[in-house]
Design a protein around this ligand. Structure first.
Ligand SMILES: [Zn+2]
Length: 336
């Protein structure tokens, strides 16, 4: 259930007191852009800012500037934030508030929680983007009400988040879920990680586009264009089939390991809808000889999942309740 819309003004302090808001700030740091938003008490976005990640310049400085701008915009609209959540890719030590290593945004041993707290003097939660997406799906999305599920965002790369009783499994070295480097075709094509035959070489949005170009396809086509061309371009069809087969194999391994109640696919590639989901479901069923396959469903939040997860982490850091269904999307999910 979506809570009723309340006033954007959340300051209930007496006159003269600093505002004590119940809104939160949420930032999702990606390889190309950083997306910031102010979430109201009701889970709706009040303001949003998107800036380039500036990975070649000062990415940490750019992120801190975005956080300060976001708070200033919130205060200018009479929305007093109670906390902030920042999520990044890479190896994120959520307990220590550190980003240990994130190659595509060039962060190494960044004490992000301390830096953002120094700047904003608010409670700060630091999280991993894919695990935060899992939190969002568990609270208000495709994993709501389930004891366990697996979320795979299919984007530039592929990570998985295993959610048990509402909480993502981080692993002993904050590195759980790197299924993009699960070998699906042993001895197959080389991956940037140094191995061969990894899942993301074949089935991430980025890997699919690179593979299509490498095999002689029309230069510059992205995964969306390749998906649209499968009926008329035999190479596009072949690359797409290999991707869905690879996903089926990987999901079979995850199913046999974890016995999840549901598998949720998100990220840009999942926007292909049934064109992706139907062959992946078939490949998963075919790879499981003796047991039934779990449901494979689209993410409820799509590419917004990590940012909603950051907002939920911010509410928890600020000691605010997170009601079941908080920030649930209004529109229907893709691919169903
Ligand atoms: Zn790899």
């Amino acid at each position: 259930m979506i809570p009723p819309v309340i006033s954007a003004r959340s300051d209930t302090s007496p006159p003269g007191e600093p505002p004590t808001g119940r809104s939160v700030l949420a930032v999702d740091v990606g390889a190309t852009t950083m997306k910031g938003a102010v979430f109201g008490e009701d889970g709706q976005v009040r303001h949003s800012i998107v800036v380039p990640s500036r990975a070649d310049g000062d990415p940490v400085g750019a992120l801190r500037e975005l956080c300060r701008r976001l708070r200033a915009e919130a205060l200018a609209s009479d929305v007093a934030p109670a906390g902030i959540g920042v999520v990044t890719p890479g190896i994120v030590d959520e307990a220590a508030g550190l980003v240990r290593y994130a190659s595509n945004i060039r962060f190494r041993d960044v004490p992000l929680r301390a830096l953002v707290h120094d700047d904003l003097a608010l409670p700060v939660a630091i999280g991993h983007d894919a695990r935060a997406a899992g939190v969002a799906e568990a609270v208000a999305g495709a994993g709501r009400g389930l004891a366990n599920f697996v979320l795979l965002p299919l984007g530039t790369g592929i990570a998985a988040t295993v959610v048990l009783d509402g909480d993502p499994v981080p692993g002993t070295a904050w590195s759980a879920g790197e299924v993009g480097h699960m070998p699906v075709y042993p001895g197959g094509e080389p991956c940037s990680c140094g191995q061969r035959g990894c899942l993301e070489v074949y089935a991430s949005a980025g890997g699919l586009a690179r593979r299509y170009a490498r095999l002689g396809g029309t230069p510059g086509l992205d995964s969306r264009a390749i998906a649209a061309a499968t009926a008329t371009d035999p190479l596009a069809g072949s690359v797409w089939d290999t991707a869905t087969q690879a996903l089926g194999i990987a999901l079979a391994t995850l199913t046999l390991t974890l016995d999840p109640a549901r598998i949720v696919l998100g990220g840009g590639l999942a926007e292909a809808g049934t064109h992706l989901f139907d062959p992946v479901r078939d490949a998963l069923r075919a790879a499981l000889a003796w047991r039934t396959a779990p449901e494979v469903v689209p993410s409820a939040f799509g590419v917004q999942a990590a940012q909603v997860g950051a907002a939920i982490l911010a509410r928890r850091a600020a000691g605010l309740p997170v009601p079941d269904g908080w920030a649930a999307p209004v529109s229907a999910p893709v691919g169903s």
